[in-house]
Write a protein that binds this ligand. Structure first.
Ligand SMILES: [Zn+2]
Ligand SMILES: [Zn+2]
Length: 298
């Protein structure tokens, strides 16, 4: 299986257009790499690709990854997408993909995410022919004709604690957020969990069992947005468990896990500064910072 990190930032990216925080400023000075909004592309064969979330940066991400580019006059090797939730930075790129023409995408998300998303006219077309939008709430996903799932990739949906998006009321309902465990041909498992409000026992077990896990690295502390002056909301009120602190993700997952990457990193997060104590603490738990363009072959 091949995994490509298309983006590793939370909504807005790094730098974010209206942000002059130290992390955004460091990228603008050329001291650190830019980060697009988080997404992965995975493939069993390098031929057909499945997107894990579709960020508003998808057009730029396709141009940065030649295997995702068309192989003829029109077309795409992207066959489908899995959505973790209905936040705009995780599915907004569907708007860019609306010129699909006769190409058929198979979209998968929980039933409630499908309901929330397809209530928006911009996304509703992906539940209409030639596309299909299938509910994937829990357990192993069956393949649909022409998409990568069932033809090499095995995907398992794992409901995790989380909230519906702000525009849908930030409700803590089952299915609001889903993680996906993916493997090819019985090989190593990759867990994609870029959003979660807490690490419950199920998620802790999935992170421990995965050969490679991508976990929610949005914030290091709960009050990070307030402390940096970047916003008035706490991490937990936005549905993200902070990495640090006695109740944080790092304390919860310990160091007994396979290769692990923090992704969906908000531009306020101190782990983006390699010299910070937060970055040191992250490394001490065996967790790396995901980077755009990273390619893993498992
Ligand atoms: Zn997000
Ligand atoms: Zn910033």
């Amino acid at each position: 299986m091949i995994v490509r990190v298309l983006g590793s930032a939370a909504g807005g990216g790094v730098p974010q257009w209206n942000c002059g925080c130290p992390n955004c400023a460091a990228v603008r000075r050329g001291e650190r790499p830019r980060r697009l909004q988080s997404s992965l592309a995975v493939s069993a064969d390098g031929d057909r690709w499945l997107l894990l979330n579709v960020s508003p940066d998808i057009a730029e991400q396709i141009e940065a990854h030649p295997p995702l580019q068309p192989r003829g006059v029109r077309g795409t090797p992207i066959s489908g997408m899995l959505l973790t939730d209905a936040n705009v930075d995780h599915l907004g790129g569907l708007v860019t993909l609306r010129q699909a023409g006769a190409h058929r995408f198979v979209v998968r998300s929980s039933a409630i995410v499908r309901e929330i998303a397809t209530a928006q006219p911009a996304f509703a077309q992906f539940s209409q022919p030639p596309h299909r939008w299938l509910a994937a709430d829990d357990g192993v996903l069956a393949g649909a004709d022409g998409d990568p799932v069932g033809s090499g990739l095995e995907v398992r949906a794992v409901p995790v604690p989380g909230l519906t998006p702000g525009f849908a009321g930030r409700a803590a309902v089952r299915g609001a957020v889903t993680a996906y465990a993916i493997r090819a041909g019985g090989g190593p498992t990759v867990l994609f969990a870029p959003v979660f409000a807490a690490v419950d026992d199920t998620l802790a077990a999935e992170i421990a069992a995965a050969d490679v896990a991508f976990i929610d690295g949005s914030f290091f502390t709960d009050d990070e947005m307030l402390a940096t002056g970047a916003g008035d909301k706490r991490a937990t009120s936005l549905g993200h468990a902070p990495l640090g602190g006695p109740d944080g993700t790092l304390a919860r997952i310990g160091t007994r896990h396979g290769r692990c990457f923090a992704t969906h990193i908000n531009n306020t997060n101190p782990i983006l500064d390699p010299a910070s104590s937060a970055a040191t603490e992250l490394a001490a738990h065996g967790v790396d910072v995901a980077s755009d363009g990273l390619v893993l072959t498992l």
